[in-house]
Design a protein. Structure first.
Length: 169
């Protein structure tokens, strides 16, 4: 047996936890506790904890069962709404990506400066022409300045909004 243990310690703790200490405890057990420092310390701690437990039980406010049921129903509904919204959000993100791709295709097919730029780079396989790029960018802002600024804003704003919306889930 370890020096920090006593064979009567479980009996002492059982007596305290079942509210039999000291009045209803055996005389032999009380005599042992008086002579054993381990058991007397265990009794002191167990009585203090048991008293705290009784105080906590007396001061505890248990909510009404109907309120607990109502709150659990609300929580279950919120979780169901979140679960149902996840696939819808994913479909919306895919639809937005398709719409942006379609807009880009329409923009590329209808912009004369964009088509001229593509033809220039396709025919000029020797390398990068900075003057042609500067001319193309100037033409882009001249023809579609508001559209370009709107697309740049969408490139930054929409992914941020989607991230914030998905982060709440």
């Amino acid at each position: 047996m370890n020096p920090g243990e006593c064979q009567f310690e479980p009996d002492v703790l059982t007596a305290v936890l079942h509210s039999r200490w000291p009045a209803q405890a055996d005389a032999e057990l009380r005599a042992h506790v008086a002579s054993c420092p381990i058991c007397s310390e265990a009794v002191t701690v167990a009585v203090a904890l048991d008293g705290s437990l009784d105080e906590l039980r007396a001061s505890a406010e248990v909510p009404d069962a109907s309120r607990v049921w109502w709150q659990s129903q609300l929580r279950a509904r919120r979780e169901a709404v979140r679960a149902a919204g996840r696939p819808i959000t994913a479909v919306q993100v895919v639809a937005f990506a398709c719409a942006v791709g379609l807009l880009g295709a329409c923009f590329g097919a209808t912009s004369t400066w964009f088509q001229a730029l593509l033809k220039h780079f396709a025919s000029n396989a020797s390398g990068f022409d900075a003057a042609a790029l500067a001319t193309a960018v100037t033409a882009l802002f001249a023809e579609h300045g508001a559209l370009v600024l709107g697309l740049i804003a969408l490139v930054f704003v929409v992914p941020t909004a989607v991230y914030v919306a998905l982060a709440r889930d």
